[in-house]
Design a protein. Structure first.
Length: 247
């Protein structure tokens, strides 16, 4: 069973093709990685799947909803964390949680219940009244994730979620992603950190708007380097070189 199905999805901005006829599927409960350099089309793809951008052509289904006809329904079943923190810096930790709970339409009692969970998950108990701008990047990141999943979405989109945090915070953040998987949540994460993407169950490598490789880390290593103990950097470079030769 799939949480996300994409077929020939394309997005153009004038004469520029940001996403070029990509197709893939994400299984329910899977951690799916989208790997590519800056400008490859990762964020554009996520924004289409979240119902924020309309595709130029092609189709996409998130949950059971078409991205071009049911974007508002999609927004109800997903959590979205962009690469830039969308928290309100001049609000306290607690006020941010309350605000996002209201956006997601949660009742006051449910917000209180979920707030306790977010504070525990983010390690922010005792910091409820601290202004968000006073938090270190790692704490902001956890709070941002907590606000994104406050309504317990079945699918979570994380766009470069660890781009501005230290390695220890990145590791802790991935522990939270694994916890979500244990609860059956589907996670779609973009990154340009090779070691990070290797934690995903399957990976799509996107380059110049096109998917040039798709499979588990082990499958990709064997396919592109014939060695299981090679690195994803080796795979990435081999995939790009093959794409350039193809062009």
């Amino acid at each position: 069973m799939f949480s996300i199905e994409v077929k020939e999805l394309t997005k153009k901005f004038g004469d520029f093709t940001a996403v070029d006829h990509i197709s893939f599927q994400v299984k329910k409960g899977e951690i799916f990685g989208f790997l590519g350099p800056n400008g490859a089309g990762k964020s554009t793809t996520i924004r289409m799947l979240c119902g924020i951008l309309m595709p130029t052509s092609g189709t996409g289904i998130v949950g059971e909803y078409q991205i071009d006809t049911r974007p508002e329904e999609i927004k109800k079943i997903i959590g979205y964390m962009s690469q830039k923190f969308t928290l309100y810096q001049d609000l306290s930790v607690e006020e941010n949680i309350d605000f996002y709970g209201g956006i997601h339409g949660l009742s006051s009692s449910l917000i209180r219940e979920r707030k306790n969970w977010v504070l525990k998950m983010a390690g922010l108990r005792g910091r409820e009244h601290s202004l968000t701008k006073e938090l270190a990047s790692g704490w902001k990141q956890r709070l941002s994730l907590g606000c994104a999943i406050l309504h317990q979405p079945e699918i979570v989109f994380l766009d470069e979620p660890t781009a501005s945090v230290d390695p220890v915070s990145r590791r802790d953040f991935w522990d939270l992603i694994y916890e979500l998987r244990e609860k059956g949540t589907t996670t779609f994460v973009t990154s340009h950190y090779l070691d990070e993407v290797e934690r995903c169950e399957r990976i799509a490598i996107i380059y110049a708007g096109r998917i040039i490789a798709l499979g588990s880390p082990k499958e990709l290593k064997i396919r592109f380097t014939q060695e299981e103990d090679s690195t994803l950097e080796d795979v990435f470079l081999a995939a790009i070189e093959g794409e350039r030769k193809h062009d």
